[in-house]
Design a protein around this ligand. Structure first.
Ligand code: NAD
Length: 320
């Protein structure tokens, strides 16, 4: 199965990773691309580059957690591939846990139903490193226990489990990609923004940076273009059906180091750092095991942290 000349559905495609993935799918020569997103956090302008390169790109505003979503999706025709990314993000689950759990699982069950009915041939599902919770040991392979720390993480565990169940019970063709922390242009900087857009925005205004806890919690950061390259590669490997793959650099960085690197790149070393109370459910340590992805489809990220952060900072500073 090839992306070239194929028909593709991208859920959450107006969001951060989804819009970069859409750019990539256009570049790979997809025949038809349909992006569905309710624009709760995504933005249509994230698709500007993809639209400029593919005038027929279809964008359909749609709430995938709505009861009518499956009926609407059926009406869109059949797809060779679906990349399922739509999600309500982690911080929302700290204030509206039930809503996040219900909606995240419902979106996944809708996509799995469509696939079961034959509306999608192969689905690449975006899981999350959050499903593991804090590392019991490092590096963390795909077999690491799933110990969700937050309701968001629990909703991703539930979604992953549903996807695997559809594969085992109905033979639905799925592959799961489990990205660690992504960064790059177009990451949401509004409600529920991630640390990188927040730090850039505050440093730009000369405001102190707030870090939850001691800042020694670690993450395995990966540049978004590497993540979408992995997704496209995975989609085209039918022998990997039913498998799950970590997608990460296999490098550990503390939040404090991340903030200091960003401030250095921006020439804002003088901006202060203040420590707020730890965030509930904050994972303490993440370092991915990356051997499985490397062996199975030769995946090696090509963008280092410094280079990726420089590109990210340049992009945000170029926005008004
Ligand atoms: N960003 C990361 O660091 C990271 C890390 C691991 C996994 N992931 C996974 O990658 C995927 C994409 O994440 P992202 O960072 O691009 O998030 P994002 O918030 O930028 O994108 C998610 C998109 O889903 C859309 N959406 C939310 N609810 C919807 C609904 N009911 N119907 C239709 N669309 C809806 C939002 O509007 C948004 O555009 C998610 O599945 C996430 O769990 C992300």
């Amino acid at each position: 199965m090839n992306i070239k000349n194929s028909n593709i559905l991208v859920t959450g495609g107006a969001g951060f990773i989804g819009s970069h993935l859409t750019d990539r799918l256009v570049a790979e020569g997809a025949h038809r691309i349909v992006v569905v997103d309710d624009l709760s956090l995504g933005r249509e302008e994230n698709l500007s580059a993809a639209r400029a390169a593919m005038s027929g790109l279809e964008f359909i505003p749609m709430d995938l957690a709505d009861d009518t979503a499956l009926i609407r999706l059926r009406g869109l025709g059949k797809f060779d591939f679906c990349f399922h990314l739509a999600v309500i993000p982690l911080p929302a689950s700290l204030v509206q846990p039930k809503w996040v759990m219900d909606r995240n699982v419902m979106m996944t069950s809708t996509i799995m139903e469509l696939a079961r009915e034959g509306g999608i041939q192969r689905t690449v599902v975006f899981s999350s490193s959050e499903v593991y919770g804090t590392a019991r040991s490092v590096p963390m392979p795909e077999e690491h226990p799933l110990e969700a720390e937050t309701p968001y993480a629990a909703s991703k565990v539930a979604s992953d489990s549903l996807v695997v169940a559809y594969h085992r019970t109905f033979g639905v063709d799925v592959v799961l990609q489990r990205p660690f922390n992504n960064f790059g242009p177009r990451q949401n900087s509004r409600a529920y923004a991630g640390i990188i857009p927040i730090v850039i925005e505050r440093a730009r205004g000369g405001l102190p940076i707030e870090i939850h806890g001691d800042g020694l919690q670690t993450r395995d950061f990966i540049y978004v273009e590497d993540t979408v390259r992995a997704a496209v590669a995975l989609a085209q490997r039918p022998e990997l059906i039913g498998e799950v793959f970590n997608v990460a650099r296999g490098q550990e960085t503390t939040i404090l180091e991340l903030v200091q690197t960003l401030l250095r790149i921006m020439g804002k070393d003088a901006v202060g750092v203040i420590h707020a109370a730890p965030r509930p459910g904050d994972v303490r340590r993440h370092l991915a095991g990356v051997d499985k992805a490397h062996k199975a489809f030769g995946f090696t990220p090509s963008t280092g942290l410094q280079e990726g952060l420089e590109r990210t900072v340049a992009w945000y500073l170029g926005q008004s």
